[in-house]
Design a protein around this ligand. Structure first.
Ligand SMILES: Cc1ncc(COP(=O)(O)O)c(C=O)c1O
Length: 396
């Protein structure tokens, strides 16, 4: 007997986890536009626009700026798969789950990996990278710009970039959580290959990974002694697809490409500086509101990301049940954490379309009620008042 399945009707949520974030409605509208064939000139013109808009957002003149079909880690994997040959030395700056991911990727593609590490909640000192470069002479240095797992921002990428050049190593940067929400200065910081994801500050659903790389990385990719192990993530082929040559590779996901086009267009139209300021103000207001509620923030205060706020869970509040209550009663999603932090911190994302005061006020209100329902000592109204004050003060 056939069984009728009802029409899809997902609930509307306020997505304040670590991504996806709620896309701007204009992005979702663009994704509903008619599907085109991948070699239709109307579509290849859209691809060309995505490349140009991507250059503006990555702040680069790299001709090789396009998007990988796949989520954020597909961008990281494309970079590592295409640059690392078996036996190459790779140095990873690792202080969280996405540093671990770089270690895993570089190992899988045959790299000999060494690491400089810091405990979760701290960042890497660039001098440690300099010392490790002298010791291990790697071909590639991989750094996570925003470590979403801990809410930490790796500072001094410009200095790390200079150090890598001095030692003739390539600098590969994961900008998945930072691109579109704060400066990622690809050319000025001498990043050889940077990649991102669409579902965070870019403000699109997940499904593509913007990527950019310069001449030094391209030279390494195209003059390898061994073939790139992955076909799907082979940048040597993909760069010919994303070029006037349009060499057939995979079938580009049309609707995602439209979404990315619209999301990047919105960023460029808003203006990068204005967008960064909006993310900073929102993150500052959220942090101030949480502290006014007596909630401790996690990690080194000097290096907190604007778009991800990591808060310590008050005594007695159960992680899963607490988040379930936020979701069911208020429609608000926040994220738990991984590894040593699981059950101890919640991570709140204020990214893209959601980087606004209204998001902060809603999240703080929902948190106040839910935390109090578990008997946490949280004062009424203090978080919202303080967040509003800090947000407004930043405007004056
Ligand atoms: C810093 C960072 N790198 C990589 C990833 C992986 O991206 P995705 O989940 O889109 O594959 C994430 C996702 O949370 C991230 O925050």
């Amino acid at each position: 007997m056939s069984h009728l399945i009802g029409e899809l009707s997902p609930p509307v949520r306020l997505l304040c986890g670590t991504g996806p974030t709620n896309p701007d409605p204009r992005v979702l509208r663009a994704m509903g536009a008619p599907v085109l064939g991948q070699f239709d000139p109307a579509f290849t013109a859209i691809m060309t626009d995505v490349m140009e808009l991507g250059r503006q957002v990555f702040r680069t003149v790299n001709p090789r700026t396009f998007a990988i079909s796949g989520t954020g880690r597909a961008g990281m994997e494309a970079g590592i798969a295409s640059l690392v040959e078996p036996g190459d030395r790779v140095l990873v700056a690792n202080c969280g789950r996405f540093g671990d991911l770089f270690v895993d990727l570089a190992t899988r593609y045959g790299g000999i990996v060494s690491q400089v590490t810091a405990e979760w909640g701290k960042v890497i000192d660039p001098q440690q990278i300099d010392a490790a470069l002298q010791r291990t002479r790697p071909k590639i240095v991989a750094v996570v710009h925003g470590e979403t797992s801990t809410g930490m921002l790796q500072p001094m990428l410009d200095e790390i970039g200079r150090t890598c050049r001095r030692h003739e190593a390539l600098l590969v940067v994961d900008a998945v959580v930072t691109l579109g929400g704060m400066p990622v200065d690809t050319d000025a910081w001498q990043i050889d290959l940077g990649s991102a994801g669409t579902q965070k500050c870019i403000g699109c659903p997940s499904g593509m990974a913007p990527i950019t790389y310069g001449a030094r990385a391209e030279e390494v990719i195209t003059s390898r002694k061994t073939p790139i192990i992955s076909n799907y993530l082979d940048l040597a082929q993909l760069q010919r697809y994303w070029s006037p040559e349009r060499l057939n590779h995979h079938t580009l996901p049309t609707s995602m490409t439209y979404g990315l086009h619209e999301a990047l267009r919105l960023i460029v139209n808003e203006g990068l500086e204005a967008r960064w300021t909006r993310h900073q103000r929102t993150g500052d207001a959220l942090k101030a509101g949480l502290e006014a509620m007596g909630i401790q923030l996690f990690g080194d205060p000097k290096h907190r990301l604007p778009m991800i706020t990591a808060m310590m869970l008050p005594e007695g509040v159960p992680d899963e049940e607490g988040r379930a209550r936020l979701l069911e009663e208020f429609g608000v999603e926040v994220a738990t954490s991984f590894g040593p932090l699981r059950g101890r911190i919640w991570r709140i994302g204020t990214m893209g379309y959601n980087a606004e005061l209204r998001t902060v006020l809603t999240v703080l209100t929902a948190l106040e009620h839910v935390l109090r329902s578990f008997y946490a000592r949280v004062p009424r109204g203090a978080g919202v008042d303080e967040a509003r004050r800090v947000y407004e003060r930043a405007a004056s």
